[in-house]
Design a binder for this molecule. Structure first.
Ligand code: S3P
Length: 446
């Protein structure tokens, strides 16, 4: 399925964005391990999160839809049943890495697999520390899925300094730490998304976090059991960010996004775009366990920045959009320290470079970074200020975020753009097309 996107002049309206993907995965996992029934409100019914739900159903967990809510009858930390076949986690790296942390602690072995993109993603980052704890987990191929997990009897807690910044690795180890005899300690250099820490606390698991200029320290105390909880899942900031940028770069636009998750470990893009001169207001902030707010965006002239590398873990999924913002800004934007971008649903440094090239953007890819030349500096981009991008045919490489970022860039192109292979958008954002249309975009699927 491809999308055809016509340049659009003005985007206006108020929109509600579906639930947060990272929080939805964690909510299913914690609810399944709780001793009793939990209620999830705002669960994201995207392919990735449904893959996690299905995997737990295959291990004996029952769930019920009650109106807007999803009830999950947890079976306790040790109550899952051996699945009858391999667990297929589709496209989801989060599901595979976090569930590995749960499965290593079970009294049965299991096998995890996924689609062709997931089968290419690096898993040694979890295999090494889990093995250090004494768990049995191995990759069938060199460091990539499928993964095989065997039953373990003796497990140690871990004291681990993470060599890369990854919330998925941190969270995998936090789940595995539930099954150790003593508290585990995990250190990260820059704070990555802390949804597992917050979710564990909601389910009564004792977690301590301290941060200093050396980084962030997380201590997980293994509980005897996990108490069920009622969880409200806020709207996904990463999904909202496509519309935040669309409002900034489209003439005469004014968009309001309601009840968006604004956990500071996720909103690096807001900081970057505000530094670039984006007119973005954060109103009506709530103090829920995951804070939320209404985000209001108006058309803005953007200027280039030199991105602070400490922001990278907090905008890792928004980098494709930041590339688009930089292409439309005045000046040269420099973004360094983005090696991790190569290990996402596609090699995003590569796929976004190809997308920018098709749009006629000038840039230089460096070892672990990119310099992007903005509107005033480009030799190839059109002099037409309101439509600087070329009419393009973009390959999404089957990656939802490349597809959606390219849709947003197409708004500023000289003619109708075709974004190839957009099916994967449903892994994170089932109603993306509907919201685009509601705001006034001329977009259709073919
Ligand atoms: C996620 C963490 C991030 C992010 C992914 C979701 C999570 O990955 O890219 O989309 O839910 O923990 P890394 O932590 O591996 O960078």
């Amino acid at each position: 399925m491809d999308f055809l996107v016509e340049p659009t002049d003005s985007l206006n309206g108020e929109v509600f964005i579906p639930g947060d993907k990272s929080i939805s995965h964690r909510a299913i996992m914690c609810a399944s391990l709780a001793s009793g029934t939990s209620t999830l409100k705002g669960f994201l019914e995207s392919e990735d999160c449904l893959a996690t739900l299905k995997a737990f159903q295959e291990m004996g967990i029952e769930s019920f839809k009650k109106g807007e809510n999803l009830e999950i009858a947890g079976k306790g930390l040790y109550g899952l049943k051996k699945p009858s076949s391999k667990l297929n986690l589709g496209n989801s790296g989060t599901a595979m890495r976090l569930m590995s942390g749960v499965l290593v602690g079970q009294s049965f072995g299991s096998k995890l697999t996924g689609d062709s993109s997931l089968l290419k993603r690096p898993m040694n980052r979890i295999i090494e520390p889990l093995s250090e704890m004494g768990f049995y987990i191995k990759s069938v191929k060199q460091g990539t899925p499928p993964l095989e997990i065997s039953k373990t009897t003796k497990v140690n807690s871990i004291d681990y300094k993470m060599p890369i910044n990854s919330a998925q690795v941190k969270s995998c180890l936090m789940f595995a730490a539930l099954y150790a005899n003593d508290p585990s300690v995990i250190y990260e250099k820059v704070e990555s998304r802390d949804h597992t820490e917050k979710m564990f606390k909601q389910f009564g698991v004792k977690v301590e976090t301290t941060s200093s200029n050396l980084g962030n320290k997380i201590v997980v105390h293994p509980p005897r059991n996990i108490k069920p909880s009622n969880i409200e899942i806020c709207s996904d900031f990463s999904s909202a960010s496509f519309f935040i940028l669309s409002g900034l770069i489209s003439p005469n636009s004014h968009i309001v996004l309601r009840n968006i998750g604004i956990n500071k470990t996720r909103t690096g893009l807001l900081e970057a775009l505000q530094e670039m001169g984006g007119d973005i207001r954060v109103n009506a902030i709530s103090n829920n366990y995951e804070p939320t707010a209404d985000i209001e965006v108006k058309t803005s002239n953007l200027k280039a920045i030199n991105l602070n590398q400490d922001l990278i873990p907090n905008l890792i999924d928004e980098l494709p959009l930041l590339f688009v913002a930089a292409s439309l800004a005045k000046g040269k934007t420099t973004i360094n320290g983005i090696e991790e971008l190569k290990h996402k649903e596609s090699n995003r440094l590569d796929s976004m470079s190809k997308s920018l090239k098709e749009f006629g953007v000038d840039f230089i890819v460096k070892n672990e970074g990119i310099d992007i030349f903005g509107l005033d500096q480009s030799t190839t981009k059109s002099a037409n200020k309101s439509a600087p991008f070329k009419e393009a045919k973009i390959n999404s490489f089957g990656d939802h975020r490349i597809a959606m970022a390219s849709v947003i860039a197409s708004l500023r192109a000289q003619g109708t753009c075709r974004i190839i292979d957009c099916k994967n958008i449903s892994t994170s954002f089932p109603n993306f097309l509907g919201i685009c249309k509601k705001l006034g975009m001329k977009i259709r699927s073919v």
